[in-house]
Design a protein around this ligand. Structure first.
Ligand code: PLP
Length: 637
């Protein structure tokens, strides 16, 4: 592709992106594809020869788009927003066009310097203390762009670990570093993002996960007590990761309390992860949420979440850049340059060496919207979340599960977790809305986040109407299922009663009322031996489609008839009072075991079973019956 074609295709691409974003609402918000769907649509090898651009673009629409989850969709309310805006896209495009790799100041001075300036701009707008700003007179701190919040937590933990090990090494010069490492303990709340756990795994340090209060907020006393306890055990607290705006419910750890508690542990690094919420602190009225930041050693927020900036752009500020870089500096000759001491080399501020020109897109965003435009955007999302909260509160079948301070509302149907799981999965499967769950205070909740840049009140109302429709349907079905269950349980109880009656009847013939035997009961001669049936050797009783005559008869008589018929060559069909069916008893040649009372479990060989007979048979299949029912012999022993 030469520049002439790039111009043409570039225009087409802009057109494609605009169309995509403008008509996004017409698509399903989530794809309905199975894992591996794309493998079946694309060749197994890369093409040997160049392909036609139009063909590639047509595959985008036909093969790629069906598998895309549309994070910018007005019906997407999952996770947190994925920052996106035209200025940001263009800024990224320019960065890609320039294509520099700004690992050091010398590798591309503008890349480094713009990052420092833009991070100072944003840091000031957020309200970070001066010691976090690189260009403030006398400051030792500064900001840097990382790929993700996870990386921010990792590098700060690495820095804290290096600092703690250095201190311990100085105190115990002859102790192995591995042993010192095994003493280090980090802390976070149960509500902290899983990236803290991951960072601890990578850093090979212990992590103590602490219980937050009923508002999902980690309290100072909890942290202080845990650290004191651990010190008594010979462990060394070295890092606390707090969260402002937790992933689950956008809860805020009590930073002033924790910071105050950490005064007793001056060597402990205090990190603040405000991946989503931190962006909102550009609004003056939300700055109180940042209270306690003066205690922090580092702070991160993701403009690529809630500041209209495309991924990746996670901003991290540290109070002392030397403490950060001393954990990460490796300085081979080929990377040294004449201004190493005078300029920032961002390669020492993170894991990768190579770095994209990411500050360009943030610079474009900050300039295009201005702080006021970004404040308007944040406030708009909060207003939408409040509207949604009000709708939920009006419906008494639902409850709100978090304090709605920003753009996230956590709610649930009053009822079981299972019920809420069913509701959410039905909604998500429909492709009409997309939300994700979380567990807050051990309860399953549904998260609803205002996400789309230009979301409207109508979008919120649509979302709520959709949720209500699904809830109505689900609750109706649950009610119906409950009634069916009650009926079935009643049926089973009745059957169990009947069964117990059979058993009592056959084991105590006195309860049999001969008056009900309306059939011409065969004469029972006194010489006739009483039937001796063993479990598992009951007479085989077959129903007949055409019955000779109808007779009410009870189980004991059936056995008598059976033996009688055999001897006399009779073959009469009978009607069982309790089974309400016509049967013809035929003899089982196996009726020779030790005597016992027949029970329903003895019934075998029903043909054309009516429903009641089938139900009577089922307990025999039940493992419980098989396990628990004693054998005839055991019954008698
Ligand atoms: N921290 C918090 C509070 C988050 O909410 C998230 C993600 O939502 C993360 C960390 C992880 O973010 P990233 O994907 O940038 O690593």
């Amino acid at each position: 592709m030469d520049s002439t074609e790039f111009r043409k295709r570039g225009m087409e691409m802009v057109e494609y992106i605009c169309n995509y974003l403008e008509t996004l609402g017409e698509r399903r918000v989530t794809p309905s594809v199975e894992p591996g769907y794309l493998r079946h649509l694309l060749p197994t090898e890369a093409p040997q020869e160049p392909e036609d651009w139009d063909q590639i673009m047509s595959d985008v629409e036909d093969k790629i788009m069906p598998g895309v989850t549309h994070w910018q969709h007005p019906r997407f309310h999952a996770y947190f927003p994925a920052g996106n805006s035209f200025p940001s896209i263009l800024g990224d495009m320019l960065g890609d066009g320039i294509g520099c790799i700004g690992f050091s100041w010398a590798a591309s001075p503008a890349c480094t310097e713009l990052e420092t300036i833009v991070l100072d701009w944003l840091g000031k707008a957020i309200g970070l203390p001066d010691h976090f700003l690189a260009l403030k007179e006398g400051s030792t701190g500064g900001g840097v762009i990382q790929t993700s919040a996870s990386e921010c937590v990792l590098v700060t933990m690495l820095a804290a670990r290096a600092q703690a090990l250095k201190r311990l090494k100085a105190q115990h010069p002859f102790v192995e570093e591995g042993h010192l490492l095994s003493k280090l303990m980090a802390y976070c709340s149960k509500e902290a993002h899983s990236c803290v756990e991951k960072a601890a795994m990578i850093c090979f340090v212990k992590l103590r996960i602490l219980e937050p209060d009923e508002n999902a907020s980690l309290r100072g006393q909890t942290v202080g007590e845990a650290m004191e306890e651990d010190e008594l055990q010979g462990l060394v607290p070295f890092f606390v990761s707090t969260t402002l705006g937790t992933t689950g419910s956008c809860a805020f750890d009590n930073l002033p309390e924790i910071g105050n508690e950490l005064k007793k542990f001056p060597c402990v690094w205090l990190h603040v992860d405000a991946a989503y919420a931190g962006n909102s602190f550009i609004c003056p009225e939300l700055k109180p949420l940042l209270k306690g930041i003066e205690y922090a050693d580092s702070f991160n927020t993701n403009p690529n979440k809630w500041l209209l900036t495309n991924f990746d752009c996670s901003t991290l500020w540290v109070r002392d850049r030397i403490r950060l870089t001393s954990a990460l500096v490796v300085d081979p000759l080929y990377l040294k340059h004449g201004y190493s001491d005078a300029a920032i080399d961002y390669r020492h501020w993170g894991v990768p060496l190579s770095r994209r020109f990411r500050s360009l897109k943030l610079w474009f965003v900050l300039r295009s919207y201005g702080i006021s435009g970004l404040q308007h955007y944040i406030r708009h999302h909060i207003k939408l979340a409040k509207r949604f909260e009000e709708l939920v509160l009006k419906d008494k079948r639902f409850e709100i599960c978090n304090q709605v301070k920003l753009g996230l509302v956590c709610f649930r149907l009053k009822g079981t977790d299972k019920l809420n799981e069913k509701l959410l999965s039905a909604i998500n499967e429909s492709g009409k809305l997309h939300m994700v769950p979380a567990s807050v205070n051990e309860r399953y909740i549904i998260r609803f986040c205002a996400v789309a840049q230009n979301a409207t009140a109508e979008d919120i109302d649509y979302a709520w109407d959709t949720i209500v429709d699904f809830a109505n349907e689900l609750l109706e079905k649950e009610q119906h299922d409950e009634i069916t269950e009650i009926i079935n349980r009643k049926k089973q109880d009745t059957l169990a009663q009947k069964r117990s009656f059979f058993v009592r009847m056959v084991s105590d013939p006195k309860i049999y009322n001969p008056a009900i035997n309306k059939a011409g009961t065969p004469k029972l001669s006194m010489e006739l031996p009483s039937p001796v049936i063993s479990r598992g050797s009951a007479p085989i009783i077959r129903t007949q489609s055409s019955v000779d005559h109808n007779s009410w008869i009870s189980w004991p008589l059936a056995f008598l008839f059976n033996s009688n018929n055999e001897e006399k060559g009779n073959n009469c069909s009978l009607r069982f009072r309790h089974l309400d069916t016509n049967v013809r008893p035929t003899s089982s040649r196996r009726n020779s075991g030790a005597g016992s009372s027949p029970s329903p479990e003895n019934e075998t060989g029903f043909v054309n079973q009516p429903q009641q007979q089938q139900q009577m048979q089922s307990p025999r299949k039940s493992p419980m019956v098989l396990r628990k029912a004693p054998s005839a012999r055991e019954n008698h022993n």
